[in-house]
Ligand binder design. Structure first.
Ligand SMILES: [Zn+2]
Length: 114
């Protein structure tokens, strides 16, 4: 549970960073740390914005709420916390990611990847 709170803060922090970088939405750090800027407020802004990174981070929050966060979507294995802190939107374990990268590389060599 404490781990979920920590990872939620990491995900929200990445969301704020992304909003600031992409849309210059200056979310104040202090209110966020104090917990006065809610996910609902973020959602209100995000309702008008859509991009891949935002979708990844929002999906990560959904997975956290549904208890599937940190589980590889391919092999159902656990994704290490250290990896999730580095990339909170990670959905594949390192093994599956390498397998995917390998198959994409093969597809590129065959010319079947667009
Ligand atoms: Zn996996």
């Amino acid at each position: 549970m404490r781990q979920n709170k920590r990872i939620r803060r990491v995900i929200l922090s990445r969301l704020y960073d992304h909003l600031l970088e992409q849309y210059f939405v200056p979310w104040p750090r202090e209110p966020f740390v104090a917990g006065t800027v809610t996910e609902h407020e973020v959602d209100a802004v995000l309702a008008f914005k859509s991009d891949v990174r935002l979708d990844e981070l929002r999906t990560a929050l959904d997975r956290l709420d549904h208890g599937t966060y940190g589980v590889c979507i391919s092999c159902k294995g656990r994704i290490p916390l250290e990896s999730l802190v580095l990339n909170p939107a990670q959905r594949l374990c390192a093994t599956c990611e390498q397998l995917l990268a390998g198959s994409e590389l093969q597809a590129m060599r065959r010319g079947t990847l667009l």
